[in-house]
Ligand binder design. Structure first.
Ligand code: HEC
Length: 140
């Protein structure tokens, strides 16, 4: 008898607990919908820019490298405000990687501006490693 009541209480808490948690989660996503939207548009843009930078590096077109790198740089403040779906509790690491990524892309643009093709290439390789590092930890 005692056991049955305990089970019923437990079942009640479980279903309502889930309902509460779900409500909270939905509320949270509503708040950051616009941010999430920008984050989801950012990534395919990054992939396009990555292809263009690599093409420009191949051709030795440093001004194109710089112009493309600037497109990523314009999004870095937004990237740092974004939240991944996966591993959200490690948001500090996410921000750290985003910072390092921003620094590598800044270096890429700076080298390209100086006409230092080898330097730009080295910096952009580092930036690409950040893409992979972040995806390994935070992409579903
Ligand atoms: C600070 C973290 C971080 C960095 C840096 C990062 N990404 Fe992402 N990327 C993510 C996350 C998280 C997702 C999964 C999106 C989600 O949670 O819905 C993602 C998804 C993607 C996707 C899939 C797009 C989609 O619509 O799902 C592509 C393509 C992509 N990233 C490309 C890149 C490229 C290229 C770079 C580097 C030039 C890069 N990303 C740098 C975190 C990052």
């Amino acid at each position: 008898m005692k056991m049955t009541i305990m089970l019923m209480v437990w079942a009640f808490l479980l279903t309502h607990g889930i309902a509460f948690a779900h409500g909270g989660e939905k509320h949270g996503t509503n708040h950051s919908d616009a941010q999430m939207d920008r984050f989801h548009k950012m990534m395919p843009m990054y992939a396009q820019v990555q292809a263009k930078i690599n093409e420009a590096l191949e051709k030795g077109d440093t001004s194109a490298v710089e112009a493309e790198a600037e497109k990523i740089l314009a999004t870095i403040p937004d990237l740092k405000k974004s939240k991944p779906h996966k591993n959200l509790k490690k948001i500090a690491t996410f921000k750290k990687i985003a910072d390092a990524f921003g620094a590598d892309v800044t270096a890429t643009a700076g080298m390209a501006k100086k006409g230092d093709l080898a330097g730009a290439r080295t910096s952009f390789r580092k930036a690409e490693e950040r893409c992979n590092e972040c995806h390994a930890k935070f992409r579903d």
